[in-house]
Unconditional design. Structure first.
Length: 197
């Protein structure tokens, strides 16, 4: 019996209680269910949702602040000195916020994820990244800036659209306490993440 392609989209976020250190009690159950469901799909030569989720914490990401413009993560983190003879460090981290789904219309599962970059100063910069599945593995193809010290709440992928829920700052907010809810929608077009609304 032939089966058609399995269309899958996932979004992961944490509750208020679970933002610190991935301690949300239901998150592991959601991930386990997602992995079990996706494990029933036919295997092709490109990454599946399972292998893509496993690969994200060790992917190579373009990063303008990193030496050579590239940060290859190990267990979800990349660290290098912030400058020659510097005692501070540049840290790039894969956050817990990501969604899975087809971003480029080729029928394969891709990922939209959020990276945080701490250059060793007062700011922490958040970026939405698009990672597409290719035959030789996942590849980071596009980045869109979300801002400095914003609070990301969710990332969702559906029908090729990426939606990010976050809190940003108004004129009276401190940088550490954004309070303005914002919903941004992106589309991957010609290897660019374009905000469409």
């Amino acid at each position: 019996m032939e089966r058609g392609p399995l269309k899958v989209g996932f979004a992961f976020s944490l509750s208020e209680e679970g933002r610190e250190g991935m301690r949300h009690p239901g998150l592991h159950g959601v991930l386990a269910l997602a992995l079990a469901l996706v494990g029933c799909a036919d295997r092709g030569s490109k990454p599946t949702a399972v292998t893509l989720m496993k690969a994200l914490p060790s992917c190579e990401y373009r990063c303008a602040m990193a030496t050579g413009g590239v940060a290859r993560l190990t267990d979800g983190v990349y660290v290098e000195p912030a400058g020659p003879d510097s005692s501070t460090q540049l840290t790039v981290r894969l956050t817990e916020f990501f969604g899975l789904g087809d971003l480029n219309g080729d029928g394969d599962v891709d990922a939209a994820a959020v990276l945080s970059t701490d250059p060793g100063g007062s700011g922490t910069f958040y970026d939405l990244v698009a990672v597409v599945s290719e035959r030789d593995g996942p590849r980071h193809v596009a980045t869109a800036s979300l801002g400095d010290r914003v609070l990301v709440e969710a990332v969702r992928v559906a029908n090729g659209w990426v939606t990010v829920d976050l809190l940003t700052h108004d004129s009276e907010d401190s940088m550490s306490a954004p309070s303005v809810p914002l919903k941004q929608t992106y589309r991957l077009i010609d290897d660019e993440l374009l905000m469409v609304r």
